[in-house]
Design a protein around this ligand. Sequence first.
Ligand code: ADE
Length: 423
Amino acid sequence: MRTRPVPADVKDLALAEEGNLHIEWAAREMPVLRLIRQRFLRERPLGGVRLSACLHVTTETANLVLALRDGGASVALCASNPLSTQDAVAAALVQLHGIATHAIKGEDNDTYYRHIRSTLEHGPHITLDDGADLVTTLHTERQDLLPGVTGGTEETTTGVIRLRSMAAAGKLRYPIVAVNDAETKHLFDNRYGTGQSTVDGITRATNILWAGRKVVVAGYGWCGRGVASRARGMGAHVIVTEVDPIRALEATMNGFQVVPMAQAAPLGDVFITTTGNTNAIDEPHLKLMRDGAILANSGHFNVEINLPALEGLARSHRPIRPSVEEYLLKDGRRLYLLGEGRLINLAAAEGHPSSVMDMSFANQALAVEFLVQRGTSLAPGVYPVPRELDQEVGRLKLSAMGVAIDTLTPEQQRYLASWESGT
Ligand code: ADE
C-alpha cells in the first residue's frame, strides 16, 4: 500500500515495511486502544479535526495516531525527543499510512525544533504533546495559530509541570488535559513502564549484571518508585535520594536506604535520575564517584546530570559502545554516560512496553474526543482527564486481561452512604 505524498522528513522510507510489522506487533498488546479505534471508525468523532502531535515516535504512538486517523482526524507528527524516534516506524507512517511525520533518531536540536515547526504548519485544532515543547513553540513563535486551537493534551509529568507554570503566569492560551495525571496513566506507565524500560535500556546499553550492584535512584516519584523496585527485583542494592520528606519516608519504609546524593555519590555503581529537575547529579557529586560509575537519566529532559560539569572535569571522552560514552577525568577516573543523558529507556531501548502504553494512549484518544466535544466551552488552563474516562480505561484493561471484579451490593452502597451505624 502506498499513499499520496505528505510533508515528511524521516530517515529512510525503505524501512516502511519493517516498521509496519513492528506497529502490528505492538497492536497485539493494545486491546483498549483497539476497542477505541474500532468505535472511532464507526462513529468518526474526530471528523475534520487537525491534530499536531509531538510524541515519541514509537510503535505505540503509531497505533495511537492510526486510531485518531480512523476517528476522522488529520494528524501531523514529530518527535518529542531527539533520540526516541524509531526510524522504521516513522517511515511506515509516511509511506504506508500517509501521516505527515517529521522525526529522525539522532536529530540535532535545530532539526528537532524545525520538525516541531513543520508539525505546527498543519494548523492544529488540537495539540498532543509530551514535555510541552510543541506548546511552548506554538505560544512563542506561532501565536498566529492560537485562535484556531481549541485544546491540547499533555502526556508527561514534566510537561504538566511546565504547563501549570505557564497557566500560573497567565500565558497559557487554551485548555490542556493532563493525561499524565489520570490514574490509569501515571500509576502504571510511570511506575511499571519506566521501571522496566529503564532497566531494559541500561541493560541493552551496557550488558551489566544487576545482581549485587549498588544502584542509586534519584527521585522517588512514580518513575523513581518503579525504577527502584525493578532494580531491586534484579538483585541490586538500591539507594534512593529525595528532597520530599514524605516520599523519602515512603522509600525508607519500602526498605530502601535513603541518603543525600553527596553520601550516595561515592557508593553507587549505577546512577539513575528520575527527578524531573536540573542537576540532580551535580559537579560535587561527579567528583566523589568511583572509577567506572555508570550515569543514566530516565527523566524527560537531559538536564538531570550536569553534563557541562562532566565535560569540564574530563580530559577526553570517546564512544565505547552504542549509547555509552566513556569520560576520562583529569584525575584518572572514568565515568560512563549513557544515551547522552537523554531518557535512557527510549534512547537505548524501545520505551515502555505496548501493554502499558495501551492505557496511556487510550486516555489520550478519549481526551482528544472530549476536547472535540467540549474544548470550546473550557477556559484556558490545565484540566484532569474526566474521572469516568479514567475509570472506563481501567475497566476495559481489566476485561482485556480477563480479570473480573466485584460490584457493591445495594446494602453496601447504603452502608457507605450512611453515618448512623458505628461500633
Ligand atoms: N514514553 C515512554 N515509552 C513510550 C513509548 N513506548 N511510546 C511512546 N511514548 C513513550
